[in-house]
Design a protein around this ligand. Structure first.
Ligand SMILES: Nc1ncnc2c1ncn2[C@@H]1O[C@H](COP(=O)(O)OP(=O)(O)O)[C@@H](O)[C@H]1O
Ligand SMILES: [Mg+2]
Length: 405
C-alpha cells in the first residue's frame, strides 16, 4: 500500500514543489493550507506522515503539532517541519512540540525523500514493537489464567484422591463384614434347630449380625457425610454471585474437606477456634474457598516432613472487619523473600513432576491477594524465620438485613 503524506503550507508554490517530489517517488498526497484544516485532515485522511510549515498565518505549525501530539493516537505520527529559518532555538521549539525532524527550504529533493523514508520506517518499527508488546501482554494474561485454572484443578484432584482414600475405610468395613456374615450364615444348622448346640449357634449369629449392623450403619453414615461435604463444596465452589454468608460456616466446610489431605489429617496438630457469633461477609463462596485453600496449602507445604507440624485457624471480629487467620509453625519467610511472594510465578518450590515433595507454580498468593483486594479486604503477613508464618485475611463485616440460611 502507498504511504499517504499530508503537506501543510500556506504557500501554494511550496505545496506544488513538495507534492511533485513525493508523488514522483510513489507517495499519495493530501494537502492543507492552514492549521485548522490540517488538524481536520489528519482526522479524516489518516496520513502516515505530515510535512508541516512552521510559519503560517493564524495557527502556526508549532501549535498544530502540539495539538496533534496531545492525542494519544498521534504519538507515533511523524511530523516533519518545513522551515526556512533554522536557528537551534527554533529547532528545539519544534522538537519540544513533538516534531520528528526538520526539512530546510529551499527543498533538496534527495534530502526530502531520504528524511521522509527514514521517518516512515521508524514509525513502522515503533508500531511493530507496540503490537508485539500488546500480543505479549495478552499471551501472558491468557497463560496466567490457564495456569490458575490448572492449579485449581490440581488442588481438586488432590482432594479427590484423598476422598477416595478416606472412602476405602468404610467400604472395607462393609465388604469384609458382609463376607464374614455370609460365611457364618452358610455354616448355620438351618435344617436342624432342635438341639441346644444349634440354638446357641443361631443365637451367636444373631449377636454377630447386630454388632455388624451397627458397624455398617456407622460406615454408611461416614460415607454419606463425605459425599455431602463433597457435594456442598462443589456447589459452593461453583457459585459465581456474591452473597451474604457466615464466614465460620464456609471455613468449617473447607476444614472438613481438608481432612481428605493425609498430611493435614494425620501429621498436623490442629487448633481451630471459630467465633460462636456468626461472622457475616458478602462474598462469592468459591473465591473465599480458594483463598483459604491456598493459604492452608502453603502452610502445609512449608511444614512438609516437619515433626511437630502445627496449624492454628482462628476467626474473629475486629470492629467493622470479619477476619480469619492461618498460622503455622513452619520455617517462616525471610524478609527479602517476603517482598516477592505475591508476585505471579514467584515460588521457592520445584515444578510439578519433580519428586514427592510439595511443588509450586507461584500463582497461589498472587491469586489470593487479588481476590482479597476485590472485596476491599486486607491480606496481612506476619512471619519471621524460625517463628512460623501467619496470614490474616480481613473482609468488611456486613450486617445482614435479611435472614441468612
Ligand atoms: N506459610 C508459608 N511458610 C513459608 N513460606 C511460604 C508460606 N506461604 C508462602 N510461602 C512462600 O511463598 C511462595 C509463593 O507462594 P504461592 O504464591 O502460593 O506459590 P507456590 O505455593 O506455588 O510456591 C512459596 O513458594 C513459599 O516460598
Ligand atoms: Mg501456594
Amino acid at each position: 500500500m502507498k504511504n499517504l503524506i499530508l503537506i501543510v503550507d500556506d504557500v501554494a508554490e511550496n505545496i506544488q514543489v513538495l507534492g511533485k517530489i513525493l508523488s514522483d517517488d510513489g507517495y499519495d498526497i493530501a494537502v492543507a493550507q492552514n492549521g485548522m484544516d490540517a488538524l481536520e485532515m489528519v482526522e479524516n485522511v489518516k496520513p502516515d506522515l505530515v510535512l508541516l510549515d512552521v510559519m503560517m498565518p493564524g495557527m502556526n505549525g508549532i501549535t498544530v503539532c502540539r495539538k496533534l501530539k496531545e492525542k494519544e493516537q498521534y504519538t507515533n505520527l511523524p511530523v516533519l517541519f518545513i522551515s526556512a529559518k533554522s536557528s537551534t532555538e527554533d529547532k528545539l521549539e519544534g522538537f519540544n512540540a513533538g516534531g520528528a525532524d526538520y526539512i530546510a527550504k529551499p527543498f533538496d529533493s534527495a534530502e526530502v525523500l531520504a528524511r521522509v523514508k527514514t521517518h516512515l520506517k521508524l514509525r513502522e518499527a515503533m508500531e511493530q514493537v507496540e503490537q508485539y508488546n500488546k500480543n505479549l501482554e495478552h499471551l501472558l494474561r491468557e497463560r496466567t489464567k490457564s495456569l490458575i485454572t490448572a492449579e485449581r484443578n490440581a488442588a481438586f484432584s488432590l482432594f479427590s484422591q484423598g476422598i477416595v482414600h478416606n472412602l476405602k475405610n468404610p467400604i472395607t468395613i462393609i465388604s469384609n463384614g458382609v463376607q464374614l456374615l455370609e460365611m457364618k450364615y452358610e455354616m448355620l444348622p438351618l435344617d436342624d434347630n432342635s438341639n441346644p448346640e444349634s440354638i446357641s449357634q443361631l443365637k451367636e449369629f444373631i449377636d454377630y449380625s447386630s454388632k455388624y449392623y451397627k458397624k455398617f450403619h456407622n460406615a454408611n453414615n461416614q460415607m454419606l457425610n463425605m459425599l455431602n461435604n463433597l457435594m456442598a463444596k462443589v456447589r459452593s465452589d461453583s457459585e459465581i454471585d456474591a452473597r451474604v454468608l457466615n464466614l465460620n460456616e464456609l471455613l468449617e466446610q473447607e476444614i472438613q474437606f481438608f481432612n481428605a489431605d493425609l498430611q493435614f489429617k494425620h501429621s498436623t496438630k490442629k487448633n481451630i477456634e471459630l467465633t460462636s457469633e456468626p461472622l457475616y461477609v458478602k462474598v462469592v463462596p468459591g473465591e473465599v474457598n480458594q483463598i483459604f485453600q491456598n493459604l492452608l496449602r502453603n502452610a502445609l507445604d512449608a511444614m512438609y516432613d516437619q515433626e511437630d507440624a502445627r496449624i492454628d485457624i482462628r476467626t474473629y471480629r475486629k470492629d467493622t472487619r470479619a477476619c480469619f487467620s492461618i498460622r503455622d509453625n513452619g520455617p517462616g519467610i525471610p524478609r527479602e523473600v517476603q517482598e516477592n511472594i505475591f508476585d505471579p510465578f514467584f515460588t521457592t518450590k520445584p515444578k510439578a513432576g519433580s519428586g514427592d515433595g510439595p511443588t509450586g507454580t507461584g500463582l497461589g498468593l498472587y491469586m489470593v491477594k487479588s481476590l482479597v483486594e476485590n472485596y476491599e479486604g486486607v491480606l496481612t503477613l506476619n512471619s519471621e524465620p524460625g517463628q512460623g508464618t501467619e496470614f490474616i485475611v480481613s473482609f468488611p463485616y456486613v450486617k445482614p438485613t435479611y435472614s441468612v440460611n
